[in-house]
Design a protein around this ligand. Structure first.
Ligand code: SF4
Ligand code: SF4
Length: 385
């Protein structure tokens, strides 16, 4: 049965074009843009200052050759791609941004940010990486207040606690709507495919809650129609896959495509470019909205944290909710944090949930697609047996 497109306004599959168009329009109207790279960038604070966060390009193989004229080749492709875009001047979002918010999530990134700071004002936040220590929250709250000071000075404006509180509430509403959309992927068979989840996430992540809510509501209405009309992806027998690990976008989307071509269904993209960015809820009406934002962001279960037990808890919740038949752990080459953590993830998935698990370590090139396909097909054989 043919499935009606989720976004039937001709923009399906082109979220980057749509976001770029919107940012160019906003810039022409005098709004000012701040680049971000990572899930730890506190979007609520940026938006409360009437600044527009732009997620910067980091997922194409193309700019890596330029980056390697400066950076070592044995670095994660995400870092090399990000820097290659900056060197080549080909990331339009970076071009629109007047400053960049960055974090010390991993060594390669923080050293690359030193080089990027030669091109654009860069504010690096020192991210505590022992999240369970009392000092971590104190220090991270201080870092967010410092970011507030940097943005106030750079953009010559002040932000009130009331504006931050309103921004928290709008983002919470957006995230709740996003979770309701993802719920349609939890159905058997799912009513959403990976491309739709990726596209909606790409549009929603940098958007202000109040600006994106009408679109998200309309998508929910269309999903309800899909359900009434019995439209779905795959069949009851198609292997359902949760993909966890490093962020997936651009040329790394090959992992989702190969799973789909092998007859599987990606029901949970568990990364910062997937459902992970919409899972958190910032506490409302606390009287100290910056501290509330700090608590929410420090709880993000990124592999840069140690110990990162929250990731196991979050993974179990996703497995219970989306009921996958297998888990694929996608690790970008030379990402030591996700690579080492994969051992614990595989053990948890097998021992706690009895599910087959496969780690795929890859970069942005096409050269290993055949090998990945063979491994995915073997995983599906195990999942079916
Ligand atoms: S995986 Fe970690 S370092 Fe990468 S974007 Fe997400 S939070 Fe940031
Ligand atoms: S994927 Fe890993 S190595 Fe690459 S930027 Fe993210 S945390 Fe750093």
């Amino acid at each position: 049965m043919a499935i009606t497109p989720l976004m039937n306004d001709g923009m399906d599959g082109a979220p980057a074009k749509r976001v770029l168009h919107s940012m160019q329009e906003q810039k022409e109207k005098g709004r000012r843009i701040v680049g971000i790279y990572c899930g730890y960038a506190p979007i609520e604070l940026i938006q409360a200052m009437d600044l527009v966060p732009a997620v910067l390009c980091a997922f194409a193989e193309g700019p890596i050759a330029s980056a390697e004229t400066v950076l070592p080749a044995n670095l994660c492709p995400l870092i090399k791609s990000s820097y290659g875009y900056i060197l080549e001047g080909t990331c339009p979002f970076f071009g629109l941004s007047e400053a960049v918010v960055a974090e010390t999530t991993c060594d390669g990134k923080k050293k690359m940010f030193e080089l990027a700071a030669e091109v654009k004002p860069m504010h690096v936040m020192d991210l505590p990486q022992l999240p369970d220590e009392a000092e971590a929250l104190v220090n991270w709250t201080a870092m967010i207040r410092k970011l507030q000071g940097f943005l106030e000075k750079t953009f010559d404006r002040r932000v009130s606690d009331d504006a931050i509180e309103a921004s928290i509430k709008a983002t919470n509403r957006k995230n709740r709507l996003m979770r309701r959309i993802f719920d349609y992927a939890a159905l058997h068979p799912p009513l959403l495919c990976w491309q739709e989840m990726y596209d909606v996430g790409f549009l929603a992540l940098p958007a202000r809650g109040e600006e994106i809510e009408p679109l998200l509501e309309s998508l929910l209405a269309r999903l309800a129609v899909r359900r009434e009309q019995g439209e779905c992806f795959g069949t009851e027998r198609s292997p359902r896959v949760l993909v966890t690990g490093c962020p997936v976008g651009g040329d790394a989307l090959k992992i989702f495509r190969i799973i789909e071509e092998a007859g599987g269904l990606v029901v949970t993209p568990d990364s910062c470019t997937g459902i992970k960015s919409f899972l958190g809820e910032t506490e409302e009406d606390t009287g100290d909205p910056v501290a509330a934002i700090a608590r929410r962001y420090l709880a993000i279960p990124c592999a840069c944290m140690t110990p990162n037990t929250r990731r196991l808890t979050a993974l179990s919740q996703l497995i219970d909710r989306f009921r996958p038949d297998a888990v694929v752990d996608f690790v970008l080459t030379a990402c030591h944090s996700y690579n080492v953590e994969s051992h614990k993830i595989g053990r948890h998935v097998g021992e706690r949930h009895g599910l087959p698990y496969l780690k795929i370590e890859s970069n942005y090139s096409k050269s290993d697609e055949g090998q990945i396909r063979t491994k995915i097909e073997a995983l599906f054989e195990i999942a079916r047996s």
